[in-house]
Design a protein around this ligand. Structure first.
Ligand code: FES
Length: 219
């Protein structure tokens, strides 16, 4: 099971929160220029070495929602990106961003209101979130997207995401899906996205979860 440890890093004006159950160590925070996050330093994150805008900018790069930030004067909250997007990673998860409403989202992870990495290999022990199990499971899907949906669909607004028991992820709300190569190709307001790893039409569900007896229970 995921380590749902939460660590808070407090500065004079910003408080950064890190959720261990969501972090899959992409490293956007550590790679960001500046000294907000420095690996091996204690504490690792020091909000007072950066301006509020810099802190917000780096936190918003976290693609899993593991990082979030609050400010003392509450005047600088994180904003959802204007377009809801799903990026299908090469042999990896679905990186979702926008105005997210994930059914049953962890209450102690406010970053999930804006960003999430969702399992699509079927092996995560922290479903619906990715825990990097795709690596050990040898999941292979290079992230092509073959369908175009309805290109006239608008952008933005709430994006509801529901993980169906033993079935797909249901997306409801304007959303754009991009392939691993960065092509924004599918647009629509409703989609069933495979999370069992077996669909022949990834990233979309084709009903294969029934054939393979996919269970969304954690092993
Ligand atoms: S969830 Fe994978 S085919 Fe339906």
């Amino acid at each position: 099971m995921a380590d749902n440890k939460i660590v808070k890093y407090s500065g004079d004006s910003a408080e950064v929160s890190w959720h261990g159950g969501l972090c899959i160590h992409i490293g956007e925070c550590g790679r960001a220029k500046g000294d907000l996050f420095v690996g091996g330093r204690q504490p690792w994150c020091q909000p007072d070495v950066a301006s509020d805008e810099e802190v917000k900018d780096v936190v918003m790069r976290c693609p899993t929602g593991a990082l979030s930030v609050t400010f003392a004067d509450a005047s600088n909250p994180e904003e959802a990106s204007p377009e809801n997007t799903v990026h299908v990673a090469y042999n990896g998860p679905l990186f979702v961003s926008g105005q997210l409403e994930i059914d049953g989202a962890l209450a102690d992870a406010p970053g999930l209101d804006f960003r999430a990495a969702l399992c699509r290999c079927g092996h995560s022990k922290n479903k619906p979130y990715c825990d990097n199990s795709h690596d050990g499971a040898g999941f292979r899907d290079f992230g092509a997207v073959g369908e175009t949906g309805d290109p006239s669909t608008g952008v933005g607004g709430p994006l509801a995401i529901k993980a169906v028991k033993d079935g797909p992820l249901l997306f409801k709300g304007n959303v754009t899906i991009s392939s691993s190569g960065g092509r924004s190709i599918w647009r629509g307001s409703q989609a069933a996205i495979c999370r069992c790893g077996a669909s022949a039409n990834k990233p979309f569900c084709d009903g294969s979860h029934k054939k393979i007896g996919f269970t969304s229970e954690h092993p």
